[in-house]
Design a binder for this molecule. Structure first.
Ligand code: ADP
Ligand code: MG
Length: 314
């Protein structure tokens, strides 16, 4: 059945399960109206996902819906924001009802978890592309940024790294991994968990925060550049999942962890006196005055891998 734009909006997006009290007018008019909460700053972010670029073309509609929202929520998490509202601009090659149903199931599963309401958007025809804009709150002056890391800060990550990179190679059928780990790696690629609660918890604790979308070295690099500092990272302290350790050699695991994208864990810096509050996270290094990123191995050498070095091992 061919649906027109208005039927798609009515049948799929207006039927969302989330209804917030601060939304005065949601989907259906020329714009949405929300009540901004007293005494809160509003954090605004947007991200586009293009089929074949930001997810493999064989990704399921459920996963595309989930991930499109997850990557935006990950940006809110990195800012220490509590999610509230989002918009959705969809470019679709065709109005496929089954695809839309599954897309919405993935999208709203995550929206529901964080009480996030879809308040508007747009639909056009063309190659599959999803743009979400997400809005959240922080108490005034408590939003986390990339630019306040200080020499002496410890550097942390919220969880194991590199798993999504393995998931991507698996989904592209470019790597062979024991079959009992497939689901684990694919889930990390397609359904990343935005670290919203961690972001909220890091307000007034972290000096600088970023979410890891392009790989630890690239994203920590943004913190270093924008804070005008350097870092010493102890490679063996970077957490690796059991699945990763059992699937590939240590050298390759470290390459995935340092350079693989799509993990959506947070990387943050905090002064050493906050150490006791941060026991749940992995400390991987320290911020230095010297403006370079030193990836140090236990034997004293510096890590020498190239950005896509892992390709040589496959
Ligand atoms: P306009 O032409 O005035 O921009 P549209 O016809 O594009 O309005 O959209 C009608 C209503 O449906 C608007 O409130 C818009 O925000 C909403 N809408 C359109 N596409 C989507 C979508 N993909 N998700 C959620 N809301 C949407
Ligand atoms: Mg209009």
């Amino acid at each position: 059945m061919k649906l027109n734009e208005f039927e798609i909006i009515e049948n799929f997006f207006a039927q969302q399960p989330i209804h917030r009290d601060d939304v005065v007018l949601g989907i259906g008019d020329d714009g949405a109206i929300v009540n901004s909460p007293a005494n809160q700053a509003i954090v605004i972010t947007t991200d586009t996902l293009l089929s074949g670029t930001h997810f493999p073309v064989n990704t399921s509609a459920y996963d595309i819906g989930y991930k499109s929202l997850a990557v935006n929520l990950s940006d809110l998490a990195a800012m220490g924001a509590t999610p509230a509202w989002f918009t959705l601009s969809l470019t679709l090659p065709a109005a496929d009802e089954k695809w839309l149903l599954e897309f919405c199931r993935g999208l709203f599963a995550l929206a529901k978890k964080y009480n996030l309401q879809l308040i508007g958007g747009d639909i056009t025809r063309g190659p599959l592309s999803i743009t979400i804009g997400a809005h959240g709150f922080t108490p005034p002056k408590q939003a986390l940024t990339r630019s306040h890391a200080k020499p002496g800060d410890l550097i942390y990550v919220t969880n194991s790294l590199g798993d999504a990179a393995v998931g991507l190679l698996l989904q592209q059928k470019k790597i062979s991994i024991p079959s009992h780990f497939h689901e684990y790696f694919l889930k990390h690629l397609n359904q990343p968990e935005p670290r919203i609660e961690v972001g909220e918890q890091l307000r007034q604790i972290a000096h600088a925060t970023i979410d890891i979308s392009d790989g630890l070295t690239a994203d920590l690099g943004h913190i270093l550049k924008q804070s005008d500092v350097g870092a010493l990272v102890y490679c063996e302290q970077i957490p690796l999942s059991a699945a990763m350790q059992e699937s590939v050699s240590f050298d390759i695991a470290i390459l995935f962890a340092l350079t693989g994208g799509d993990d959506y864990e947070l990387c943050f810096t905090a002064p050493p006196d906050k150490k006791n509050l941060l026991k749940n996270f992995s400390c991987i290094g320290i911020i230095t005055e010297e403006k370079k990123l030193d990836l140090r191995m236990k034997n004293g050498t510096s890590f020498q891998g190239t950005l896509d070095g892992y390709k040589h091992f496959l």
